[in-house]
Structures are given as structure tokens and as C-alpha cells.
Design a binder for this molecule. Structure first.
Ligand code: HMG
Length: 393
């Protein structure tokens, strides 16, 4: 029995900040962002769009009524959680009207946790093949105005439906993970923004990649030439390109190198316009590859490198199923283009708006464009969500 990803959905806020505008405002050469980081724009979330609305919107995109009746587990992977106790997955389960006899919970390990969630989902479907598991990777990456990480912010959510006999991609049971206790990026409970050792984090990312890759090759016997494409966690696309170049060794043919670099370019198409979405970044890269590459075919293997600061990394592979192209969308670029472009001043107001509650712990939020769901306010410390109708934006 094969188990894997049957469908993928994606949601990102309706607002964007162009890197060229940010560069001008911060007195930075725009080429530093466009060439040095390979970033063109960042998605910006208003206060009414949180990890729950993004996750529910990403899933709403792909789920049928039959899926909602069959899903018996909802997992949200995030590092920008809105509650220390109640899981985002419980809200998402409710917003999507998934049948009640389901297990819903949240998982965390920086940008890595969606990979752990996929592994858990796979084990569950192995035990009960009729089950469907909804895995959501949802984050809003906020480093702060004028900080070194400001250029690598972003927001978005990936939804993946894990089933037996998947129509998109099958897991291949070749995962190799690595844990190392380091302080490259972390966010204590008392801080709204992360602490980052930026340069050190990039070194740790690359070193985790090469050492996990060496162990993966030893255990699986696979070489880079076995893959049609390699997807990477994308804190910013340039770092992943450095990673791919580290894996490409001298023995590899020019033709294979060209295929890998070409497919890499397709895998960063969306992230270049969205920024870092933490847990979902790797999977946005995968979606971007599938929806933009022209030469992928059934049976092709795709390698994946997952990295979460702290740090846990994992390399594994997926195989393309026969009718995978039937499961993909063609409208994605158009909806990215439709995002409203903010001035830097508007971005600073919108992205860093704080929740100021009244004495009852309540507040209604102003109206901002949202995806399928909106956080309308907080009432006596309880988050209030509503469905967005077509004419509501
Ligand atoms: P910085 O100080 O903004 O930039 O820090 P820089 O000076 O290192 O320059 C960046 C690149 O632009 C360099 O390229 C420059 O040469 C180039 P490189 O030498 O590295 O190849 N450059 C130019 N290129 C063309 N024209 C120019 C020009 N000027 C400079 N005029 C840094 C960058 C990534 C450190 C910062 O943005 C940061 O701290 N970001 C947050 C941390 C991060 O993203 N780390 C990545 C690894 S850790 C990770 O992936 C986990 C994470 O996703 C979190 C999680 O797991 O939860 C972050």
C-alpha cells in the first residue's frame, strides 16, 4: 500500500511588500535583496489574518465534503501559535466542519515540525488506510522593523491531505533526521519576535544539510542523480541555492546539473514572492516546483531537505504518482499578482498592529481583505472567526 500526499492547498495574505520598496526605505542596494537573497516581495498579514485563518483557507481550497467526512486527524505545525493551550487545529477543525470524531492538535519544532507531522500522519494511515489526515503548516514570520531578519519575513499556510493510494506524491520510507542543540534562532515565550544569530544560522543550515545528506546516502544508497528535483526549506531562496550547489558534486553530468538547477528555479518561484513562511516554506517550494516545472513525469523522485532552527533537520523523498498533474492548480500566480501592494509606511502599520483589548478583554478589528476566513475580533479573550463571503473583501 502506498501512502502520501493526495492534494496540496496554499493560502497567503492579500497584501504584499515589494523588496525594492523596502530596500529604498532602509537605504539598502535593492540588488542585495533581489540577488543576494533572491527575494522580490513578502506577503504581509493584517491583524485579521492569523495562522488559523490562513490554515483553514489553505485547506478550504482543496477539501471536498467526502474528505471532511473521512478526515480523522487534523495537525497544525506552527511556531507562531496564538494560544499556549488550545491548539490551532481545534479552531481549524471547527471552521472547516470536519466530522467530530477526529484527533486535532498542534506540533512545534521551528520550521521543521510539518515534516514531523507528515511522518505521524503516515503512521496513522498505515494503521487505518481508510483514514485521511489533514496536515497544515501555518506561520507568520515577523522579525521586526529595521532588524537584520526584516527582509526574510513572510506569511502563509500549506495544507496537505495524507491518504493511502495518493494521487499526487508517495512517501518512500527513506527518511533520515538529525538533531543538534544549538542557538541559531529561537523565540522565548516573553518575546514577540525571535532572537537570531543570522550568519551562524545559515552555517548551521548548510552543515545540517551536508551531514544529513551524507548519512542519507549511506543508509538509502541513493545519489543525487536519482532525483529529478530537490526541494529545500526556504528561509530565503539564495541559501537553498547554496545548499543545492553543495550537493552537486564534480561527477555529475552537465545535463543532470541543468535539470536540477532548472527545477530548483521552479521550486523558488512562489517563495521569491511570499518570503519565509517557516513550517510551510519547504512545502511551498514543493508546490511551486509541481505547478511550474514542465518536465516532471510520473515515477520521478523528488528529494526534500527540512530544517528547523534549534535544530532538527531531515532528508526524505517523494515519488510522483501517475496522474499527479490532475491534482494541481494553474491560477496560483494570478492570485499572487492580485495581492495589494503596500507602501513601507502601510506595511509597518499593518504588520505590527497590536491587539489592544478593553477592560472586558474584547475588541473588534477593522476590516481588511482576507482569504476564506477572517479573525473579526476578540470577545472576553476568545478569538472570533467568520467565513468571508465572495463580496466581503
Ligand atoms: P544581512 O546582514 O541582511 O545580509 O543578513 P548579508 O550582508 O549577509 O547579505 C546577504 C547576501 O546579499 C550576501 O550574499 C551578500 O554578499 C549579498 P552571500 O555572500 O551570503 O552569498 N549582497 C549583495 N548582492 C548583490 N548586490 C548587493 C549586495 N549586497 C549584499 N549590493 C541574514 C542576512 C540571512 C543573516 C538575515 O536576513 C537574517 O538574519 N535572517 C533571518 C535568519 C535566517 O533566515 N537564517 C537562515 C538559516 S536558519 C533557518 O532556515 C530557520 C528559520 O527559517 C527559522 C526556523 O527554523 O524557525 C530562519
Amino acid at each position: 500500500m502506498m501512502i502520501g500526499i493526495d492534494k496540496m492547498g496554499f493560502a497567503t495574505p492579500k497584501y504584499q511588500l515589494k523588496m525594492a520598496d523596502l530596500a529604498q526605505a532602509r537605504g539598502v542596494d535593492p540588488n542585495k535583496y533581489s540577488e543576494g537573497l533572491l527575494l522580490d516581495a513578502l506577503s504581509i498579514a493584517p491583524i485579521t489574518e492569523d495562522i488559523i485563518t490562513l490554515a483553514a483557507s489553505a485547506a478550504q481550497d482543496i477539501l471536498t465534503e467526502e474528505d471532511k467526512a473521512a478526515i480523522d486527524m487534523v495537525i497544525v505545525a506552527t511556531e507562531s501559535s496564538v494560544d499556549q493551550s488550545k491548539a490551532a487545529a481545534v479552531y481549524v477543525h471547527s471552521l472547516l466542519d470536519i466530522q467530530p470524531f477526529a484527533r486535532s492538535f498542534e506540533v512545534k519544532e521551528a520550521c521543521y515540525s510539518a515534516t514531523a507531522a507528515l511522518n505521524y500522519a503516515k503512521l496513522h494511515v498505515e494503521k487505518s488506510p481508510q483514514s485521511r489526515v489533514l496536515v497544515l503548516a501555518s506561520d507568520i514570520a515577523k522579525y521586526g522593523i529595521g532588524s537584520a531578519g526584516e527582509s526574510t519575513q513572510g506569511a502563509g499556510s500549506l495544507a496537505m491531505l495524507i491518504t493511502s493510494n495518493p494521487r499526487l506524491l508517495a512517501f518512500q520510507d527513506d527518511n533520515v533526521a538529525q538533531t543538534r542543540d544549538i542557538m541559531d534562532f529561537w523565540r522565548p515565550n516573553y518575546s514577540e519576535t525571535p532572537f537570531v544569530n543570522g550568519m551562524y544560522s545559515t552555517k548551521q543550515y548548510l552543515d545540517s544539510l551536508t551531514t544529513t545528506w551524507a548519512e542519507y546516502q549511506k543508509r538509502s544508497g541513493k545519489e543525487l542523480t536519482d532525483f529529478a528535483a530537490f526541494c529545500f526549506h526556504l528561509p530565503f531562496p539564495k541559501l537553498a541555492l547554496k545548499g543545492l550547489n553543495k550537493l552537486i558534486n564534480k561527477g555529475i553530468s552537465e545535463e543532470k546539473k541543468e535539470q536540477l538547477l532548472d527545477n530548483f528555479a521552479h521550486s523558488i518561484t512562489y517563495s521569491k514572492q511570499v518570503g519565509n513562511i517557516y513550517t510551510g516554506s519547504l512545502y511551498l517550494g514543493l508546490l511551486s516546483l509541481l505547478e511550474n516545472a514542465k518536465t516532471l513525469k510520473a515515477g520521478d523522485q523528488i528529494g526534500l531537505f527540512s530544517y528547523g532552527s534549534g535544530a532538527v533537520s531531515e532528508i526524505f523523498s517523494l515519488k510522483l504518482m501517475p496522474d499527479f498533474d490532475q491534482q494541481l492548480q494553474t491560477q496560483r500566480q494570478a492570485s499572487l499578482d492580485q495581492r495589494q501592494t503596500l507602501t513601507v509606511a502601510q506595511y509597518e502599520t499593518l504588520f505590527f498592529e497590536e491587539t489592544k483589548l478593553d477592560e472586558t478583554g474584547s475588541r473588534e478589528f477593522a476590516h481588511y481583505a482576507s482569504n476564506a476566513f477572517r479573525l473579526t475580533g476578540i470577545k472576553e479573550h476568545q478569538r472570533q472567526y467568520s467565513k468571508v463571503s465572495r463580496n466581503d473583501n
